[in-house]
Design a protein around this ligand. Sequence first.
Ligand SMILES: [Zn+2]
Length: 125
Amino acid sequence: MKISFNKVARSPSKVEFSDKDGLHIGGTLLKEGVHKVHFVSTITGDISLTCDRCGKDYKDSLNLPLDLILTDQVQKVMEDLDTIELLDGIIDIGLLMESEIASYRSNYHYCQECRQSEEELDIEY
Ligand SMILES: [Zn+2]
């Protein structure tokens, strides 16, 4: 799903997209300035992750809230870490979802069992 930056309205408009893996993104686009679009959304769906502790693959139910600023200009100063530059002026919702999931994957993840043993450790000490 692609939306031209220039076509985003100054009143909130709903966007929804599902990819072939059943991941879903839903939210609103709102133009806040000539070169600024505010995108608030949530990604939901199941992804497979690899546990950073025991190395086991496991499924995780995503419920990932996003609060992003999109701009079609080069940012001289990165005021906001959640600013995304879209220099071709095209908002590709599927691509945004993909890159947010990729950065979610790059965080540390523990499977259910490791999370549980972690909690037990917390109680012990
Ligand atoms: Zn684990």
